[in-house]
Design a protein around this ligand. Structure first.
Ligand code: PNS
Length: 151
């Protein structure tokens, strides 16, 4: 099975990496697809987000890093992929994730979203929280794979 794991990855966190590693053991090929949306302000450029992801996934031979613009369903169709992966940390994620899964299924009925529950040790992590801690001078090395000196 081939699957797409889409997201903003601004930046990738240990939580994302945990999902990537666990899913990569269950599928033949995993495409991690970074959203390229110039109208959505990101701290890391598309190139930086891709570079970080490539660095942290280099040990997983069946993981590919790519990017997409526009609708996720169009990208999935272009990549011949009908399985989408999303991580679920807590109940608070559920409403948004369910809406997204249902909208994507409405657009393309072939597309199934599979949820991977995050490991409990990373359930508190998000890209936004990492950026907030960094903004106020906190030590983020335990939260974030510090490969770029941007934060
Ligand atoms: O990491 P994120 O920000 O939670 O990822 C959200 C993402 C990129 C998966 C979602 O915003 C998306 O798919 N955007 C592309 C536009 C689209 O297809 N929208 C319709 C589905 S809600």
């Amino acid at each position: 099975m081939k699957a797409v794991y889409p997201g903003s990855f601004d930046p990738v966190t240990y939580g994302h990496l945990d999902i990537i590693e666990r899913v990569s053991k269950k599928v033949e090929h995993l495409i991690v697809a970074v959203l390229n949306n110039p109208s959505k302000k990101s701290v890391f450029s598309l190139e930086e987000r891709i570079q970080l992801l490539k660095e942290v996934t280099k040990e997983f031979p069946n993981v590919e890093i790519d990017y997409f613009s526009g609708l996720l369903t169009d990208y999935a169709t272009k990549r011949n992929c009908t399985t989408m992966i999303r991580g679920l940390r807590a109940v608070s994620d559920f409403e948004y994730e369910m809406q997204m899964a249902l909208v994507n299924k409405k657009i393309n009925n072939e597309l199934e979203t599979l949820f991977m529950v995050s490991s409990s040790k990373y359930a508190y992590l998000s890209s936004s929280i990492v950026k907030e801690v960094a903004m106020f001078g906190g030590n983020i090395s335990v939260l974030f794979l510090k490969l770029l000196n941007k934060l």
